[in-house]
Write a protein that binds this ligand. Structure first.
Ligand SMILES: Cc1ncc(COP(=O)(O)O)c(C=O)c1O
Length: 345
């Protein structure tokens, strides 16, 4: 029997019981940094006024080299999925899986039929030419993709752009790739409509504040803005968007991405010592997807040993043999690898 995955399961559900070391949620540890926390605290002095997004929007636009009219600030990238689902009228919507499940859930909630394109582990979850049906007028793809950690070349994604098609690239984790070389955030000359979603909640530890944005042609931004409630992004969240788009913050995020890449190498080396564990493709983000037999039981044993990891079976295209692991500092990873070896038995 084919069981339909629970698209509304997210990693935060795996760490709600206290005391587990969190390898389930991909928010960077030690965040928000003190300087950001201080500025957010100072922004509370302005709470009596209604939010004004002018400065934040300008800062995001400048950061990506785009006109202000092509930026929409949202309550996390998650809000953008809902807005797109409510505003767009796709005839043939395609979601490339395995990927974050909210885009598909939001499209279904809005009454759209969603077609899944499944990328294969044997091909390293790479997007091959011809994978996406030619007549798809809405295509949603993640880059780098959660949970596979695969970074698609910008050129491969650009090839998906077509007149008459809206191509949505979820770049929620792009800032975990040093240099962001495969980002389409600053690209404005592709055919059709290209929408890039960004999140500020992972690198900056602002999941509870809710801040993200999308970049798209001005006409679509205006349509999506009209579907937003009044004042959807709070003043502290706007402060965060402005500050996290400044050059100093970008340099800090890039340094964090480089350090994450080293920590990821350490995790991958340790995983390579475990014969039961397989990693497909080349992970590029702040998490790693692994395949191992009986992963559900291993996950339970890890919980007993004090570690929360993200189940993989709620992602279309995966199943009970998959787990997603957040990249952590080396000490935490070493302790985790010892626990994982014991849990595999
Ligand atoms: C790939 C991906 N996109 C978007 C989101 C939503 O992020 P936000 O917290 O900005 O709403 C998440 C959250 O886990 C995610 O994993």
């Amino acid at each position: 029997m084919n069981v339909e995955p629970d698209l509304r399961h997210h990693g935060d559900a795996e760490v709600r019981s206290a005391g587990l070391v969190d390898l389930a949620v991909n928010v960077r540890t030690g965040t928000p940094p003190p300087w950001l926390r201080d500025r957010l605290a100072a922004s509370l002095d302005t709470l009596a006024a209604y939010p004004d997004g002018t400065a934040a929007r300008a800062a995001v636009a400048a950061r990506h080299g785009r006109p202000v009219g092509e930026v929409l600030l949202t309550a996390g990238a998650a809000e953008a999925f809902v807005l797109l689902a409510r505003v767009l009228r796709p005839r043939h919507a395609v979601v490339v899986h395995p990927q974050f499940t909210e885009p598909e859930a939001a499209l279904r909630d809005a009454g759209h039929t969603v077609h899944r394109v499944l990328l294969a582990p044997e091909q390293g979850f790479r997007l091959l030419s011809g994978s996406v049906p030619e007549d798809a007028d809405l295509v949603v793809v993640g880059n780098p993709t959660n949970p596979t950690s695969i970074l698609h070349p910008a050129a491969t994604l650009a090839e998906l752009a077509r007149p008459g098609r809206t191509l949505v690239v979820d770049e929620a984790f792009m800032d975990t790739d040093p240099g962001e070389t495969e980002s389409l955030a600053g690209t404005r000359d592709l055919p059709g409509r290209v929408v890039v979603l960004r999140s500020l909640t992972k690198t900056w530890g602002l999941a509870g504040l809710r801040i993200g944005y999308l970049l798209a042609p001005a006409g679509l931004v205006a349509e999506l803005a009209a579907a937003q409630p009044l004042w959807p992004v709070s003043s502290p969240a706007l402060t965060a968007a402005e500050l996290c788009s400044a050059p100093a913050a970008l340099a800090e995020a890039d340094a964090a991405a480089r350090s994450t890449a080293l920590d990821r190498e350490h995790l991958l080396k340790g995983l390579a010592q475990l014969p039961a564990v397989r990693v497909h493709g080349e992970p590029a983000a702040s998490f790693v997807l692994i395949e191992l037999p009986d992963a559900a039981a291993v996950r339970e044993r890890l919980r007993t040993a004090g570690f929360a990891v993200r189940r993989g079976d709620t992602f279309p295209g995966l199943g009970p043999d998959w787990l997603r692991l957040a990249v952590r500092d080396r000490d935490t990873t070493d302790r985790f690898l010892t626990a994982l070896a014991a849990a595999i038995g």
